[in-house]
Each structure stands twice: as structure tokens, then as C-alpha cells.
Design a protein around this ligand. Structure first.
Ligand code: FAD
Length: 411
């Protein structure tokens, strides 16, 4: 019989961190993954340079039914702790946009580092290894796999979220949670491009690749993001859109303020100022006022909002209500996306195992002693910018400490 103190299922960011830390604290650990290639998401992250954390991380950077749940784990394993670990392995980093910390070496170096940490903790690896059943009696979990049966008093589920199924993502964690009667917060792709079909996107799809800077918000949430927006063939992407996608719900309208003006009143005042004594056409005036927008985008905006019939009219001849309408429309662009681009294109999953059933200090189940959920499978979803990895590290360490503290070694 293969007996361990703890079995960790999922050798990704959270699972490897948890296994290494539990092993180094004296636990016997079995780490199982169904893939030959472990931690694929670390490998492909950050454009190959893993945005492993952010300089400033707190629960406000997370989307959840209860984001404050993350506070304890994040406070007890901070970005500085991970940086210390990187230094131990002679890895360096560079700070980029908005406190995002990227590895100077390839992302693979982080995977090697976690493997070395697991090795130091004498972690046993089973992979590729499929788990086909889990059962529990009073004192231990029994895990049935393609490599045989293993038992342990602690079982950590670290199988991540649903994005990018082609590199091994599954809903295994959600199934285990349901098996043990945990509630699930509805899951959906997050940090994901948005698709626009219903509005006449054909006017914009030809502008694929055009970038704008601005503020984006969605009708059902108070959150706003000041970042870049990218027009794509099918809709919208770019950091601002990825961020807001975690808050976007079907039926919501996005408000995009890329005008560069401080308010609609400011834009209207500039419009009125410019037309006094001017012989310029409406189109010339708009091109002038929006010199920071690509001309092709201005043309599409005017056409999409049926202002193109005004193009050749003298701006000075336009009435106040028309100017009001133009300034309101161009100040804030309202778009109703139809869908997200789905799990194939998402960076994370929002929703997951409800935090209501987990202890925030340990990530242990409140109903099933010895069962833990860590990382992305939990209903804690970070913003873009290294927050998801910091949650993976921090939740992995919290569970490892708990497992080790209980010191329940099987005899
Ligand atoms: C393209 C992309 C880029 C990203 N870039 C960043 C970034 O730069 N910064 C950042 O903070 N976040 C980034 N993320 C998000 C980040 O990768 C995840 O949030 C993080 O990896 C979650 O860690 P995890 O350990 O919970 O899950 P994962 O890292 O996904 O690990 C889950 C592991 O479980 C295994 N597994 C799954 N199902 C089973 C099963 N049934 N049986 C056994 N094993 C199983 C998988 O093979 C995998 O090894 C990115 C995500 C993507 C898709």
C-alpha cells in the first residue's frame, strides 16, 4: 500500500508549491498529475517570462463572491517571499507595467525551481497518472489511479481552472468538490477577449490591431480600468478588456472612454469653441479634435453612429442638440458584447469552489477534515498582472503549513 501524509493532485503552480513546502516541513508527499508536461501554464505565462507576482498584492486585486477570503493567505506568503525563493535559485526579475514582476530567465526556470524545491522535500511524483476515483473513510482518503492506489490523511486538490484545455485543463477539481458536497460559484472564462456580433462590427473588424487608450467599465460592476484597448477582428481585447471581462456578465454594456477629454462637457466645450467663425466641415473638425485617434477609427465611429451624413456639412451650421449628441457618443463608446472568447482564449476561470466552505487560514474544507482546495480551482480570481500566480503560491503555502502542523503521520 502506498501511504503518504498528503496527496496533492495537480502539479501546477499551486500544487508544486504546496507539495514542496509540505515535504520540506517533514511530510511524506505524493504529487500526481495527469500530464507528462507539468505546470504548462507557468511555461506559457507572461509571454514566456512568467509574470510571477506583482509588487503590490492585496485582496482588492481579486474577483470572488468573497474576495477578502484571500487576505490571510496573501498576507502570510507575500511577493517578497517568492522573490527570496527565486534568489535562492539564482533567478532574477524585472518590474514592468504597474508593478508586474517578470522573470528575467525563461518561464521554464520557475518550473525547474519548483521541481528542485519538490526534490528537496522528497516529493514522490506520479505522472502521467490519471485519478479515476477518490473515496474517504473516517481517517484517510483513498485515491485510485492508473499507477495504483494511494492513501493519505490529507488530500489537496490543485488541478486549476478550465482555460486552455489543450494543455491539460480539466474540471476535475469541481467534480471532487461536488463529490464532497461543496458548493460551486458559477464558473466562466475570465481575463478573456470579448466578442461583438450584434452591433455592426463589420465597420470595426477591418481595424483589427488598432489600439486605443482609455477607461473601461461594465454596467453591472463599479470597477473601472485605465488601460489599453485593442480592436480585434471579432470584438475587443487588450489589457483593459481582459481586466473588465472578469466583471462582465452576459447582457452587460461596456462603456469605453477613449476620448482623451476629461468629461463630456469638456468635449462639447471644445467642439463649440472650434466652430465659432470656422468654415471647416463636420468631419474635418472631428478629425482635428480626435487627432490622437487613427483616421480609420474616426470614420468607423461616425458611420456606426450614423453621423456620417453630417460629414460634409459645415460644423458651424450644426445645432446644439446635434453637437450634444456627437460629444456624448464620442466621449463614451457603448458596446454590448455578445460573449467571451471562451476557455480556449481565457487566462483564468472565475468562480469555482466556494470560499464559504473553506477555512481562509488553511484552505481546508469546513465539512471534510483533511480535504484542501488551492489555486485557481477556488473562487478567487486575480486581475491581470501576476496576481493569479501570487494566489497560487500563497494558497499552496497556507495548505502546506496546515498539513504539516497537524502532523498526522500515518503509521
Ligand atoms: C496563457 C496564459 C498566461 C498566463 N499568464 C499569467 C501570468 O503571467 N501571471 C499570472 O499571475 N497568471 C497567469 N496566468 C494564470 C495562471 O497560469 C493560473 O492562474 C495558475 O497557473 C493557476 O495555478 P494552479 O496551480 O491553480 O493551476 P495550474 O497551474 O493550471 O495547474 C493545474 C495542474 O493540474 C493538472 N491537472 C488538471 N486536471 C487534472 C486531472 N484531472 N488529474 C491530474 N492532474 C490534473 C494540470 O495538468 C496542471 O499541471 C496565465 C494563464 C494562461 C492560460
Amino acid at each position: 500500500m502506498n501511504r503518504f501524509d498528503v496527496i496533492v493532485i495537480g502539479a501546477g503552480a499551486a500544487g508544486m508549491m504546496c507539495a514542496a513546502q509540505a515535504g520540506q516541513r517533514g511530510c511524506s508527499v505524493l504529487l500526481i498529475d495527469h500530464s507528462e508536461q507539468i505546470a504548462e501554464k507557468i511555461r506559457i505565462s507572461g509571454g514566456g517570462r512568467c509574470n510571477f507576482t506583482n509588487k503590490e498584492v492585496n485582496w482588492r486585486h481579486f474577483v470572488s463572491a468573497n474576495p477578502q477570503f484571500a487576505e490571510y493567505a496573501l498576507a502570510h506568503y507575500q511577493p517578497a517571499d517568492f522573490i527570496r525563493l527565486m534568489r535562492k535559485h539564482h533567478l532574477s526579475y524585472t518590474e514592468k507595467h504597474k508593478g508586474q514582476l517578470f522573470c528575467d530567465q525563461k518561464s521554464q526556470a520557475i518550473i525547474h525551481m519548483l521541481c528542485a524545491e519538490c526534490h528537496e522535500g522528497h516529493v514522490i511524483n506520479w505522472r502521467p497518472c490519471k485519478v479515476y476515483e477518490i473515496s474517504k473513510n473516517d481517517s484517510f482518503f483513498r485515491v485510485f489511479t492508473t499507477q495504483g492506489e494511494a492513501i493519505a490523511q490529507h488530500l489537496v486538490i490543485a488541478t486549476g481552472g478550465l482555460p486552455v484545455p489543450k494543455i491539460g485543463a480539466t474540471d476535475f477539481g469541481i467534480h471532487v468538490a461536488k463529490q464532497f458536497k461543496h458548493s460551486i460559484v458559477e464558473t466562466a472564462p475570465a481575463l478573456v477577449p470579448l466578442i461583438v456580433r450584434s452591433q455592426d462590427w463589420s465597420l470595426f473588424s477591418g481595424l483589427s490591431g488598432v489600439g486605443l487608450s482609455g477607461r473601461v467599465s461594465t454596467s453591472s460592476a463599479a470597477q473601472v480600468f485605465d488601460e489599453d484597448v485593442l480592436i480585434t477582428h471579432q470584438g475587443l481585447s487588450g489589457p483593459a478588456i481582459l481586466q473588465i471581462s472578469s466583471y462582465w456578465r452576459s447582457g452587460d454594456t461596456l462603456a469605453l472612454n477613449c476620448s482623451g477629454y476629461s468629461s463630456q462637457a469638456d468635449l462639447l466645450a471644445r467642439l463649440q469653441e472650434r466652430i465659432v467663425g470656422s468654415k471647416a466641415s463636420f468631419q474635418t473638425l472631428i478629425i482635428d479634435l480626435f487627432a490622437h485617434w487613427p483616421k480609420r477609427f474616426i470614420t468607423a465611429m461616425l458611420e456606426a453612429h450614423q453621423f456620417n451624413s453630417l460629414n460634409n456639412r459645415k460644423a458651424a451650421e450644426l445645432g446644439k442638440s446635434v453637437l450634444n449628441q456627437v460629444s456624448s457618443t464620442l466621449y463614451q463608446w457603448h458596446i454590448k458584447p455578445d460573449a467571451t472568447a471562451g476557455y480556449a482564449k481565457a487566462e483564468v476561470m472565475r468562480g469555482g469552489v466556494s470560499t464559504a466552505d473553506l477555512c481562509p487560514k488553511t484552505l481546508q474544507s469546513k465539512h471534510v477534515p483533511g480535504l484542501y482546495f488551492i489555486g485557481e480551482v477556488v473562487d478567487i480570481t486575480g486581475w491581470l498582472g501576476g496576481y493569479n500566480f501570487q494566489w497560487a503560491w500563497a494558497s499552496g503555502v497556507a495548505a502546506a503549513k496546515s498539513v504539516a502542523n497537524r502532523n498526522n503521520v500515518l503509521d
